[in-house]
Design a protein around this ligand. Structure first.
Ligand code: MN
Length: 197
């Protein structure tokens, strides 16, 4: 059984950039749904193994990827936000951002533009690609598929409509520009510290 992770801040902590109602629905309904469904799939897989009945195995493995990735990406997303108190990339992370994107401003522009063009439901991510030893920005439109195997997500932005529609309606760019006010770089820095460069 997996459990919902607590939010590391109160439900209204991201106001006004991400309001309480939007976060509450996102966390208590959408995220909870992914957790509940992951547990249901794991239960069904347990029964399949017990009964030697793998009739639905294809569907179950797909559901496991879909719901399980939904849990993981939401946890990364919720955790890499925080109250609108400015934080910044660590010295080490900034060096790699400058190396791989030329400057912080260019990184921010690419991340913003990439977020805007995520089709329909999906995610935008800053990741570490271990095989290339390099930072990259990736769009993940079907989160049951990894966009680059072995990449480590560092900064995650939820671009599914449920993530912003209540507060921002069709104003996706405003949602993205608000996001920059509530990024918690302290968390991103810690994720980056845990990587063997
Ligand atoms: Mn979401």
């Amino acid at each position: 059984m997996i459990k919902m992770k607590d939010l590391p801040y109160p439900m209204d902590a991201l106001e006004p950039y991400y309001n309480k109602e939007t976060l509450s629905i996102h966390y208590n309904i959408l995220y909870k749904g992914y957790v509940d469904n992951t547990n249901k799939v794991q239960e069904k897989l347990f029964l399949a193994r017990e009964n030697h009945n793998f009739e639905s195995i294809k569907c179950l493995e797909k559901d496991l990827s879909f719901y399980g990735s939904g849990v993981i990406l939401h946890e990364l997303f919720f955790e890499n936000m925080g109250p609108p108190i400015p934080t910044s990339p660590s010295q080490k992370l900034i060096e790699f951002i400058n190396r791989d994107f030329n400057s912080y401003e260019k990184f921010k522009e690419q991340f913003t533009e990439s977020s805007k063009t995520v089709e329909a439901s999906g995610w935008n991510l800053l990741v570490w690609v271990n095989n290339f030893k390099k930072l990259e920005i990736l769009q993940c439109e079907k989160h049951q598929n990894l966009t680059l195997w072995g990449c480590k997500p560092l900064l995650v932005l939820d671009m599914w409509e449920h993530s912003y529609f209540l507060q921002y309606k069709t104003q996706r760019p405003e949602y993205i520009s608000s996001f920059w006010n509530i990024v918690n770089w302290n968390v991103v820095n810690k994720r980056f510290d845990n990587i063997n460069l």
